[in-house]
Design a protein around this ligand. Sequence first.
Ligand SMILES: *[C@@H]1O[C@H](CO)[C@@H](O)[C@H](O)[C@H]1NC(C)=O
Ligand SMILES: *[C@@H]1O[C@H](CO)[C@@H](O)[C@H](O)[C@H]1NC(C)=O
Ligand SMILES: *[C@@H]1O[C@H](CO)[C@@H](O)[C@H](O)[C@H]1NC(C)=O
Ligand SMILES: *[C@@H]1O[C@H](CO)[C@@H](O)[C@H](O)[C@H]1NC(C)=O
Ligand SMILES: *[C@@H]1O[C@H](CO)[C@@H](O)[C@H](O)[C@H]1NC(C)=O
Ligand SMILES: *[C@@H]1O[C@H](CO)[C@@H](O)[C@H](O)[C@H]1NC(C)=O
Ligand SMILES: *[C@@H]1O[C@H](CO)[C@@H](O)[C@H](O)[C@H]1NC(C)=O
Ligand SMILES: *[C@@H]1O[C@H](CO)[C@@H](O)[C@H](O)[C@H]1NC(C)=O
Ligand SMILES: *[C@@H]1O[C@H](CO)[C@@H](O)[C@H](O)[C@H]1NC(C)=O
Ligand SMILES: *[C@@H]1O[C@H](CO)[C@@H](O)[C@H](O)[C@H]1NC(C)=O
Length: 411
Amino acid sequence: MVMDATNPSLLFLLLLLLLLLGRGLSLVAAGSYQNLTVGSSLSSSGPNSSLSSPSGDFAFGFWPLDANSSLFLLAVWFNATSPQVVVWFATNNTNPVQVPAKSTLQLTQAGQLSLFDSNGQGVWSPNAANAIGVSLLDSGNLVLYDSSGDLPWQSFQNPTDTILPGQSLGENSELRSKLTSSDFSPGRFELAVQSDGNLVLYPIAIPTGNVYRAYWASGTQYDKKLQLVFNSSGSLYYQVENSSQTSLTSAAIYSPTDFYERATLDPDGALRLYVYPKNNNNNSGSTNTWTVIGMLPTNPCQTIQADNNGGGGACGFNAYCNFDDNQSMRLNCECVLGCKFIDTNRTYLGCIPDFTVQSCDEYQSNQYMFNEMPNMDWPGNSYEHYTPTDEDTCRALCLADCLCSAAVFQG
Ligand SMILES: *[C@@H]1O[C@H](CO)[C@@H](O)[C@H](O)[C@H]1NC(C)=O
Ligand SMILES: *[C@@H]1O[C@H](CO)[C@@H](O)[C@H](O)[C@H]1NC(C)=O
Ligand SMILES: *[C@@H]1O[C@H](CO)[C@@H](O)[C@H](O)[C@H]1NC(C)=O
Ligand SMILES: *[C@@H]1O[C@H](CO)[C@@H](O)[C@H](O)[C@H]1NC(C)=O
Ligand SMILES: *[C@@H]1O[C@H](CO)[C@@H](O)[C@H](O)[C@H]1NC(C)=O
Ligand SMILES: *[C@@H]1O[C@H](CO)[C@@H](O)[C@H](O)[C@H]1NC(C)=O
Ligand SMILES: *[C@@H]1O[C@H](CO)[C@@H](O)[C@H](O)[C@H]1NC(C)=O
Ligand SMILES: *[C@@H]1O[C@H](CO)[C@@H](O)[C@H](O)[C@H]1NC(C)=O
Ligand SMILES: *[C@@H]1O[C@H](CO)[C@@H](O)[C@H](O)[C@H]1NC(C)=O
Ligand SMILES: *[C@@H]1O[C@H](CO)[C@@H](O)[C@H](O)[C@H]1NC(C)=O
């Protein structure tokens, strides 16, 4: 029979067929849910490079790096969102484990989950034995389970930079930011659930790992057990033993039934609470995005300051921090006039002068002028401090000093 697409009933049949086919395809995709059991494996070069949670919301497996797509992380990510977002990745001493193509993940006969690189060299293993399976739960928790149903290891107890609803952090655990959004190396900030009962945000020196003075602390009681909780109804709070809960952000509570949610310690040092509407949320048609609904501290530009004990603040030398109080809620590092970024991909490194810096030899003050920047502060130790003074005197004193590059006047 020759199909006549102008015949309305045939067109209807054709449409129905297409709809059915579409449905069939999505069923096949959802069917990729399985557990990793003894003898089965995932490989970074496929055919099975990841497995899915029962709902398909999360996936676990090999995640190609943006910076080099022939290198992979072993990771758990939101698979149903756009963009997809990594919420956990395998690390060794906080360093991301990066493997090349043809690497494999296996559950060995001894019940040990092991990641082997392309040379068959073991490069990562969680500290657990006797597992009979690995399963990615709908909460995003990756678990190893044994024959008695116990969970000898779970990703929720080994967090990287993100926590999810249903996940809590007990004392002596921490979140560590990534270096940049695309670089999973250990970054410049840490959120620590301390055994002294204090929840604290610290800047960290790269590459030494030196811990600078805290830029936020809960100030909670000493020697009480502290927990950071993201409960399964979407409340993010901390609680010391036997006392009331303190919300970490003033955000309204979004229900995890209708939203994907995560709290991430971002590369700029802010812990942000993100939501992304699920498709059952009756807004198909509108473009779904990850939206920030709360952050801590509320303005890190003012909080992460250069420290007398070291630490260049949020943005490094010759640079300042600018906070967009709108949807993105990002901290931006900007160069002062006449300077340029040392590295445009890592703006936090600061800026260098794009001109010949004044020299005290043959210094002539009339060759220099001021560029005014209102609402700006340059906190930290000044090498000269004049008070009382007025603006004109302040300008004159700076111009007369061949070493002066910047003067802060507080009227
Ligand atoms: C996967 O493992 C979980 C235990 O974590 C178990 O409840 C579930 O039935 C398993 N699913 C399959 C498809 O084997
Ligand atoms: C990939 O997964 C499918 C479905 O579970 C399974 O039949 C197949 O054996 C797996 N392939 C490999 C190479 O493990
Ligand atoms: C992840 O989502 C993609 C579609 O964006 C789908 O093709 C793929 O099968 C999903 N992966 C898993 C492991 O479910
Ligand atoms: C990407 O990684 C592979 C494997 O380690 C390496 O051989 C290659 O040089 C890298 N490419 C770049 C551009 O860094
Ligand atoms: C983890 O890194 C250390 C060096 O930092 C290395 O000696 C060790 O072999 C690594 N562990 C694994 C499982 O690769
Ligand atoms: C989560 O915490 C909120 C605020 O304390 C509470 O109202 C809610 O019942 C909690 N949900 C669960 C599942 O415990
Ligand atoms: C906390 O409360 C539990 C019972 O509610 C009690 O057994 C425990 O001693 C209390 N701990 C402290 C430090 O007060
Ligand atoms: C979806 O939204 C529309 C318009 O806001 C509303 O009229 C409709 O009742 C909603 N449907 C459901 C199932 O909530
Ligand atoms: C944030 O809002 C300011 C003005 O209120 C605007 O200039 C800036 O471009 C916005 N930033 C982003 C990232 O949308
Ligand atoms: C910044 O990143 C892009 C993309 O990864 C790269 O092409 C570029 O060379 C990088 N620039 C610098 C200054 O490293």
